[in-house]
Design a protein around this ligand. Sequence first.
Ligand code: BGC
Length: 676
Amino acid sequence: VGRSVAFYQDALGIPLLFAQDVIHGWRTVFPVPLAEAASFNPAAVEGAARIAAVEASGYGIHWTFAPMVDVARDPRWGRVVEGAGEDPHLGSVMAAARVRGFQGTDLSAANTLLATPKHFAAYGAAEGGRDYNTADVSERTLWEVYLPPFEAAVAAGAGSIMAGFNDIGGTPAHGSRWLLTDVLRGRWGFKGLVVSDWTGVEELLRHGIAATREEAAVRALEAGVDIEMSSDLYRTDLPAAVRAGRVTSALIDSAVLRVLRAKQALGLFEDPYRYSDTTRERRVTLTPEHRAAARALAREAIVLLKNQTRPSGAPTLPLPKNLGSIAVIGTLAVDSASALGSWSGAGRSEDVITLLEGVRRAAGARTRVLHTRGAPVDTIDARGFADAERLARTADAVVLVLGERADMSAEAASRASLELPGAQLALAQRVVRAARAVNPDKPIVALLMNGRPLALQWLADSVPAVLETWFLGVEHGNAAADVLFGDYSPSGRLPVTFPRVTGQVPIHYGHRPTGRPPAENEHYTSKYIDVSWTPLWPFGYGLSYTSFAYVNLQLSADSARAADSIVVAVEVTNTGPRQGDEVVQLYIHDDAASVARPVRALKGFRRITLRAGERQKVEFTLRADDLALYDRTMRKVVEPGTFTVFVGGSSEGGLEGQFRVSGDTLVVAAAPPRLQ
Ligand code: BGC
């Protein structure tokens, strides 16, 4: 980019703002956001956003359209890959971490980016999982599920926010004064700027809530959209609207002022070039330290879903490094573009360590690593099966790389079926049969690369080990190999539920109990007649190469007033053979309240590292805000009564305790402005 004054400032000397989607890294591409969330490591996720800001700001970018903080409970929606999954608490923690990472502590520093939580709001509730579709969510679900990550991002100081393409029950976000002004500015005190999503202002015409371009522009401006990103209705139609008195110039002034303030906060009035520094860019781009951070986070994002003991008694994973040969089967094993994921920024294919390369680097010098594609990712083509079967028979271990290409999730990439695409399931069946026929003890691993939960019942039943690697960025292959060969014990946890079949979605752990909770032997309960109601793998789930035991769950009090806090303590011991990380999770259930509460709600989590045999006490503090619910009048309150606490390594099982909140109902916050 040339340093021409005209290019950086307009005639009045107003500096220009350069914006870009810097989502999960810039040149050093980190794991996709869903994978980052699987790390349950907000400090590392903040660090990744910091590195992305350092690299992208050197390139001249001021403003990123990230983080995406949309809760997603329907994985048919392709953009599930861009967020932190299904849970409002995990989503809020990750949202705040990313905002802090991008913006740093001082926005005027040359290595920070203005952050943009998006897409405000409930974009992830798209009906049928079809992108851009209507979200018909209740006011309660908005406040309980979809709004909290935005509120957390605003509280963390986010300087801008992006409206969603969707409508909520007939009101498109770009035309919703309730959302963009009453909630955002009124309730949350947001002072930053609101940007449209691409042509979101013009789309008010197609939503059918404006008859003319001018009407659409006025509606969006009045709702609270300050900047129109890509369509040009503001530029072409607002001048006439002002002249005719159909919109006040004061409204335009306040939108303009917010834009100027953002430029001021970024320090651009002092020096419009401060972010464009080719020397700094070269110095900070794809450094060994950045790569190391990407590898560390990538390893923590990998989730071990299954690890069966082989007939000989050894676990399937990790693979020994002294195998004679390993067959790596799958197209995705060499797909560097997919490893980069959905928003690869300035990432380059040549920077990527593919899965195959990672295995080659990590395997012992005498191990032959053989590769064949087996089948394309999403077309039915069995021509490569015979070759794959031959390798599966001859090699000492099989790593079957299965899943989706990166362009099969993300924007406008909804899928009606969550099953493995193309001929991959048939390939897996043939390969497993071929390998077993020669040697029933042969280690076979299904290694997944995908941007959404998939329905993998057959793999779960029939392949001895299953490893979820998502799309891990430039260090994909190294991180996956670290786990495959046991240099790192897997520690990631699912940020989203995996269904058995597509028809179970939306399926998530934080559902309400219903009046007829599912029960195996009771017909008239809430379940299916053709498939279990349970997920294949639940939220929070993930295995390790070591094991952990939980004992001594202690609550600081059996009974407390609503305003008091309760400390929940537990002791976690590494009972297995080696060091490993455990993600300790705290859930609560309000046993009887004025409105039905989720069977469990995550309220805290902590990633801890324990050596073999080591024990650690972990404490969580539950405060009024954690116990609160929106009552029937939408006040945020803590109601007296009993609460159950669950502490463990997943959203299922764990230790249980109980405490009572005594005294009167505590009002934590008055009712928000009612949905309009
Ligand atoms: C997406 C946004 C993105 C914008 C700019 C839109 O289509 O929905 O998430 O920030 O494009 O690239």
